[in-house]
Design a binder for this molecule. Structure first.
Ligand code: GLA
Length: 325
């Protein structure tokens, strides 16, 4: 008998590069993600995929769960993904969380969702060396349909924040992929840690200013989303300020993302900014639902490169789908 497990990718509304210093983030789990079909095996765990090599992620997740005491039950399965890779939508976190969900289930060994997310985060460190925070894996386990997740990465407290029905969530993938994404991320993290330890050179002060102002923006965006009618003008200002802070103070944007954000506002977005770690990837926009189809055509048509855009939907987090073949 085969079993099916699912874990979503995420798009972050706001709160970028705050999750490794105990700050706030507001991610949304997507209706795009990773499906794993398979079952327990007597032999070692094996995962196959039509694209890429998931085995090193699977091995890293298994090692982290074994360290927590998971009974040694192997899993053999096949992976399918509906997430574009490298678009900044956390395809690797979704893979780690899906594998962890499957490994816990076949061993009949339940783990608290946030403990599972933390094991998946450590697996990312182990498999790739990328010193990521907890946001992506937490969003993948905590996601809730129709909601964003306000996550305090210092306390791991979280609340679901409803997304207004009149605003559609649009993701635009710039098509830009940077090979240096991981080392750029590690450099920024180290710079921020130096700043927090008291360095007061101009670069450190700008890195710190980004994080401090970004945490305030997350608080304000969450409050706006919870208040009817949604203050679109202020939402737009906060997203724009968030983008500019990532561009100028944290220096993780690229010209293509800046261009897409400008095009999004010109095409009538209520709010738009780059999303994810940066150095390429995607922007996120909130657009009046009635205008979202025209918006997508407009932004993609005017962009200098080759972008892919789609309407995204906030979905539930990782789980086992109905059992059976
Ligand atoms: C990547 C990391 C996350 C987070 C974001 C930036 O997605 O995996 O932990 O730091 O970048 O907000």
């Amino acid at each position: 008998m085969s079993r099916t497990f699912w874990a979503p990718g995420r798009v972050n509304l706001i709160g970028e590069h705050t999750d490794y210093t105990g700050g706030l983030a507001l991610p949304v789990a997507l209706d795009l993600g990773i499906t794993i079909r398979g079952d327990a095996t007597d032999g070692p765990s094996r995962l196959e995929s039509p694209d890429g090599d998931p085995q090193r992620y699977a091995d890293a997740v298994a090692a982290e769960l074994d360290a927590l005491g998971r009974p040694p039950v192997g899993f053999e399965g096949r992976i399918e993904s509906t997430l574009p890779i490298g678009a900044g939508l956390s395809s690797s976190a979704a893979l780690e969380v899906a594998v962890a969900t499957a490994l816990c289930a076949v061993a009949d060994w339940p783990l608290e969702p946030l403990q599972l997310a933390e094991a998946a985060q450590r697996a990312e460190h182990r498999a790739t060396g990328m010193p990521c925070g907890i946001m992506d894996q937490a969003a993948s386990v905590l996601g809730r349909a129709g909601h964003a997740i306000l996550l305090d990465t210092g306390t791991l407290m979280y609340e679901a924040v409803p997304l207004p029905e009149e605003l559609a969530l649009v993701v635009v993938d710039s098509g830009v992929r940077r090979r240096l994404e991981h080392s750029g991320y590690a450099t920024r993290r180290a710079e921020l840690e130096r700043a927090l330890a008291g360095a007061d050179d101009p670069v450190s002060l700008r890195r710190l200013r980004h994080v401090e102002t970004e945490n305030e923006r997350v608080r304000e965006v969450a409050a706006i989303l919870r208040t009817e009618p949604v203050d679109r003008a202020r939402l737009g200002e906060l997203f724009r300020a968030g983008h500019e802070s990532l561009r100028d103070d944290f220096e993780v944007s690229v010209p293509e993302l800046d261009e897409l954000v400008d095009l999004a506002y010109a095409a009538g977005a209520a709010a738009a900014r780059m999303t994810g770690g940066g150095f390429g990837g995607s922007i996120v926009a909130l657009v009046e639902t009635d205008r979202s189809a025209a918006f997508v055509d407009d932004v993609v048509g005017r962009y200098g490169g080759s972008a892919t855009a789609w309407l995204a939907h906030a979905a539930d987090g990782a789980r086992e789908m109905t059992r059976g073949t």
